[in-house]
Design a protein. Structure first.
Length: 123
């Protein structure tokens, strides 16, 4: 079970790394006027020309492959709840890499998720 836990944690780290790169790409582009289709396409062209976005795609893909390895070795009913660690990893990563604040509500929700992951992991 520990091996599966760490495989899924590795998949989450890959996935969150991809999400951080997506967010950094989106933040670097000029904000679109959502009422204008031309502005939307300009935004998409800008974002898709950023290497960080493509690196993010690669990280997400590596996370998927790693998660598939975990799924091949355990039941989905175990792997999927443990996959909820993404909320924990995302909270910490967004704080350190994007400067997002950790509020008491975010922390409380994350602690509840952690408790659920522990209960599933112990079964």
């Amino acid at each position: 079970m520990i091996k599966i836990f760490f495989l899924i944690l590795l998949a989450e780290i890959w996935g969150i790394t991809g999400q951080i790169l997506y967010k950094k790409s989106a933040n670097s582009a000029e904000m679109p006027d959502l009422r204008s289709i031309r502005s939307y396409f300009k935004f998409m062209k800008s974002v898709f020309s950023m290497p960080a976005l493509w690196l993010g795609f690669a990280c997400i893909f590596m996370g998927l492959v790693t998660f598939l390895f975990a799924l091949a070795q355990t039941d989905l009913s175990i792997a999927f709840p443990i996959d909820s660690m993404q909320y924990i990893v995302a909270l910490v990563a967004s704080h350190f890499f994007l400067g997002e604040k950790i509020t008491k509500y975010k922390l409380a929700g994350t602690l509840l998720v952690m408790a659920g992951v522990l209960l599933v992991a112990m079964s």
